[in-house]
Design a protein around this ligand. Structure first.
Ligand code: DQA
Length: 146
């Protein structure tokens, strides 16, 4: 069975509490439940993690390579717009496919959210579809290997 790592960056554990007008009412736990259900439907295995620390995300990206995952779905959250380390990690594990996801449409928000350091090294960027964007990302990874 295909195995995918789903990584979530800082403050995504605050879903349902933070900026509800942007990120909605549903909690991080609801996102995890949604993804576990989706994985069952798609007949793939997922390992879903969240950290507020940049280095954890770098370690996990490397682990996806050495741990023989088939791809990564990542929402780097604020690190999208700041982290050369995460971009380098994604670049380092090529050709392992990585899809970048954002709950909100970062291209219509503040100027500083328009740039993503990681985007050039991802097979796709999906933004503005809420939880569904993660499902679309999994489908993208599955279709790449079909
Ligand atoms: C986010 C968008 C980022 O700009 C922001 O810092 C986040 C979440 C999103 O999912 O829409 O924390 O990645």
């Amino acid at each position: 069975m295909r195995r995918y790592l789903i990584l979530n960056g800082p403050n995504l554990n605050m879903l349902g509490i933070r900026e509800k007008e942007i990120y909605g009412n549903q909690s991080y736990e609801a996102l995890v439940n949604f993804l576990n259900e989706k994985a069952k439907e798609l007949n793939v295995e997922v390992d879903i993690r969240q950290s507020n620390h940049e280095g954890d995300l770098v370690d996990w990206i490397q682990e996806a390579y050495f741990g023989h995952f088939d791809g990564i779905v990542i929402n780097p959250a604020a690190y999208t717009h700041t982290s050369v380390a995460i971009a380098d990690a994604v670049k380092a594990i090529a050709p392992l496919p990585v899809v970048e996801v954002h709950l909100s449409d970062i291209s219509t928000r503040e100027e500083f959210r328009h740039h993503s350091y990681v985007a050039p090294y991802c097979v796709k960027q999906i933004k503005g579809y809420g939880f569904e964007g993660y499902a679309m990302a999994l489908e993208e990874l599955i279709s790449k290997e079909a």
